[in-house]
Each structure stands twice: as structure tokens, then as C-alpha cells.
Design a binder for this molecule. Sequence first.
Ligand code: C2E
Ligand code: MG
Ligand code: MG
Ligand code: MG
Length: 282
Amino acid sequence: YKAKERGNNFQFYSSSLNGISVRKMELENGLRKALEFNQLMLYYQPQFSLTTGEIVGMEALIRWDHPEYGFVSPSEFIPLAEETGLIVPIGKWVLREACRQRKDWSKAGIADFPIAVNVSVRQFEDDHFIEYTAAVLEEIGLDAGLLELEITESIMQNLQRSSYILHQLERMGVLLSIDDFGTGYSSLSYLNRLPIHKIKIDKSFVQDVPFLVSQEMLVKTIIDMGLNLNYIVIAEGIETGHQLEFLRQNDCAVGQGYLFSKPLPADEIEMYLERNKSGIRF
Ligand code: C2E
Ligand code: MG
Ligand code: MG
Ligand code: MG
């Protein structure tokens, strides 16, 4: 309707809009079949103690190998999955697959770091989320303390319900962390009342080190706040030695980023773990 009013611009507008929506539609349709056709997989990225260099965690990150488009970024298809509700079955698959992998690693004697799984709001608020999580742990026989759920600050928009869900999960023994900390809606007074174990400083802040003094102050402030409130503070997106130094000097406990390792498929992570059995040296 609006495009029509624009008269001469109509052609230009409609074709560029089509360009976007064709890909979107194809991805959306494809996503429905992606699970069925085994096009989804998990990659894993290690997290390191910035004091000892030991691996203290592993984040599972979804990958979609699309038959036409190749690898599609989760930043593109996760929002689509959220819009369509497909995030619920996809999220269930991710949770189960990550727990299965962690259990396999336990059986193989691979150290007891937890596996971190990203959970989007829609999935988190699903009526069956708590039940499903409990059922997966039970079925796989995984210690709840080896599962960490990463949620974002946006869950605070529905504080009462979120608080209930978080407390149930905490009672089960699952670890909870806030992802992309500092980018969302967050009330510190409420945060403090939620059973959160970890906060992850968003990579956009980390990556501005050392270029912006104001961002450095912000990172320092988040670390100090986290320490004072007894959270484990983890920095994501560490790419340079300089960023690492800065974080270590400011007592950031844990780090994750390309400097150490990109997210890798399970078999390559196993080789990485084998090569770095006693941690890495800074
Ligand atoms: P996130 O959870 O904040 O994950 C961190 C993202 O930063 C990942 O992108 C990771 O590959 C990337 N990354 C790690 N280290 C570096 C670095 O040093 N430099 C840079 N530039 N990037 C780094 P990825 O895998 O593309 O995932 C993007 C986002 O998609 C995730 O952000 C998360 O919000 C979402 N996502 C990924 N997997 C899942 C999933 O299984 N379920 C849900 N609901 N969301 C997921
Ligand atoms: Mg994450
Ligand atoms: Mg995220
Ligand atoms: Mg993040």
C-alpha cells in the first residue's frame, strides 16, 4: 500500500522487498525440514579460566547446513525460528543433543566442565520447558550440574514468570548464566534476586578494547560489579592478546573467543581437548 503511493519508486521498492522476503520464506520453509533432514548440528567453543588456563566450560552453538545456501548464521535463522515458533522443537533438539554429547564426553573421561546451551525467551517461557529439561537430564542420566543454560536479559520483561522458572531450574541443580550482558533490558536490583551463576560480558564491549577508553571502563565496571555480587564473570569474543591482558589484569575469571578457539564440531573439539589436556599457557 505504501509502496504504491510512492509512484516511481514502486519497482525499486517491490523488487528489493521481494529479494529479502524470498530468502526469508525459503529459510523459513527450509527450517521446518531442517531437523527432519539432519541439517542442524552443534559446534562447541571452549571457555578458559583466565587464571589457570584450564578449560572450565564449553558452549554449544547451533549450525545449519542449508542445501542451497550453505551454512546459514544462527543470527539470521534463530530470529526466524523465534518468529515462527519453530524455536521450541529446535531448542528441544539442541538441549537434548548437547546433553547427549556432554554425557558421551563424561563416559570418555573428559573433564567435568559444564556444557552451556543457549535458550531463547520463547523457548524459556514455553509451558513445558522445565519439565522437558528435567526429562532430558533423567533420560540421558546427566548430572544437572553439567548443564548450564544461557538466557538473555530480555527474560526480565516477564519477571515474575522468569523468576519462577529460574528458581525451579536452580532447584534442579542446573547452572544459569546471562548472555550478552550489558546489551539488554536489565534491572540490577532484580538481577540480584535471581539465582544466576554467571554473567557473560557481550563481545561488542570486549572487542572495543583497546580502542575506546569509555568501553574499557564499562568492561572494568561490569567485572567489578560481577565480582561484588558473586557472579562468575566471563568475557566473550576475545580475539587479541591485548584484550586478554586487559581482562586478566582486571580480574575477569573466564574467557571465550577466537584467540583460543573458534566453535568446532565435536570430533575436532575432542582433538583440541587432547592437545590441550593441561590447559593453555598465556
Ligand atoms: P551468543 O550465544 O552470544 O554466542 C556467541 C557468538 O559469538 C557465537 O556466534 C560465536 O561463534 C561468536 N564468537 C565466539 N568467539 C568470537 C570471537 O572471538 N569473535 C567474534 N567475532 N565472534 C565470536 P554464532 O555461533 O554465530 O551464534 C550467534 C548467536 O546465535 C548466539 O550468540 C546465540 O544468541 C544464537 N544461538 C546460537 N546457537 C543457538 C542455539 O542453539 N539456540 C539459541 N536459542 N540461540 C543460539
Ligand atoms: Mg551464548
Ligand atoms: Mg546470545
Ligand atoms: Mg553472547
